[in-house]
Design a protein around this ligand. Structure first.
Ligand SMILES: *[C@@H]1O[C@H](CO)[C@@H](O)[C@H](O)[C@H]1NC(C)=O
Ligand SMILES: *[C@@H]1O[C@H](CO)[C@@H](O)[C@H](O)[C@H]1NC(C)=O
Length: 238
């Protein structure tokens, strides 16, 4: 059989060699100028003033560092509902001291919403709002927002707070002052009711349950009488 020649194939190694040789080092571009310092939530609160207790808690629970890292490292948007010192002073004395570190952390995370909420957006949130404390079901960490005009209230199932002025906003982080510490159900509320005890297992195979027949209710009788009355009225009015 006649052998086929592919002259082009001979030049392939040469081409590759040329390509490799012509490759030049691409120098990295000069680094962009360093951005302004990353957002520091405790600095923001220090500058605003009146948040000494909150700042202390942000530091001892390290939630402050976590907020800064969510903002800078993860590019996460957040809203902080910041109770003022006055808000903390209305707590029953000993409330904070009675909490374990874990609960203090959860309490502070309960004041952090995982989205940037401009003031005008509070009316659009759907309840219960989720917080960084996690589970927003009833006995856990639910937060309900109610708005009317410019007033925004927040209820936790335990207490209520009003959202006051804007402390800080930059399109990624919003900080609003609130006049009460938001007390989550999980920490300050009743415990969920125990599940009902499991029904005893039948000893032998139970007969198929018979559905209870609906009993003619007095409502139905009342309705019939009313209908009759209306019919009579109609007849008389003709
Ligand atoms: C918020 O709470 C205050 C005080 O309890 C009340 O006067 C106001 O009507 C409430 N506003 C809304 C929007 O619920
Ligand atoms: C929040 O509001 C919903 C109805 O919108 C209600 O069912 C729920 O009990 C409320 N939760 C709290 C904690 O107030």
């Amino acid at each position: 059989m006649k052998q086929l020649y592919f002259p082009l194939s001979l030049s392939f190694p040469l081409l590759i060699l040329l390509f490799q040789c012509s490759k030049t080092l691409v120098h990295a571009q000069a680094a962009a100028p360093a951005p302004a310092g990353p957002t520091d939530v405790t600095k923001i609160l220090e500058k605003a003033g009146g948040f000494t207790t909150l700042i202390h808690l942000l530091q001892t629970t390290q939630v402050g560092d976590r907020i800064n890292s969510w903002l800078s490292d993860s590019g996460q948007s957040l809203t902080l509902l910041a109770p003022t010192d006055e808000a903390f002073s209305t707590l029953k004395s000993g409330t904070l001291n009675s909490l374990t570190d874990e609960r203090k952390t959860a309490l502070i995370l309960f004041h952090v919403l995982p989205t940037y909420l401009p003031m005008s957006q509070f009316q659009t949130v759907s309840n219960p709002v989720r917080t960084q404390a996690g589970d927003n079901t009833y006995y856990q960490f639910p937060l309900n927002v109610t708005t009317s005009g410019n007033s925004v209230n927040i209820s936790t199932g335990i207490n209520k707070a009003s959202v006051g002025g804007t402390v800080y906003t930059d399109n990624q982080l919003a900080v609003y002052q609130v006049d009460h510490v938001l007390l989550p159900m999980n920490i300050f509320g009743p415990q969920p009711p125990a599940p009902p005890p499991a029904p005893p297992k039948p000893r032998k195979k139970a007969e198929a349950p018979v559905a209870a027949l609906p009993v003619g209710s007095s409502d139905a009788v009342g309705g019939a009488i009313a209908a009759l009355g209306i019919a009579i009225l109609v007849v008389f009015s003709l």
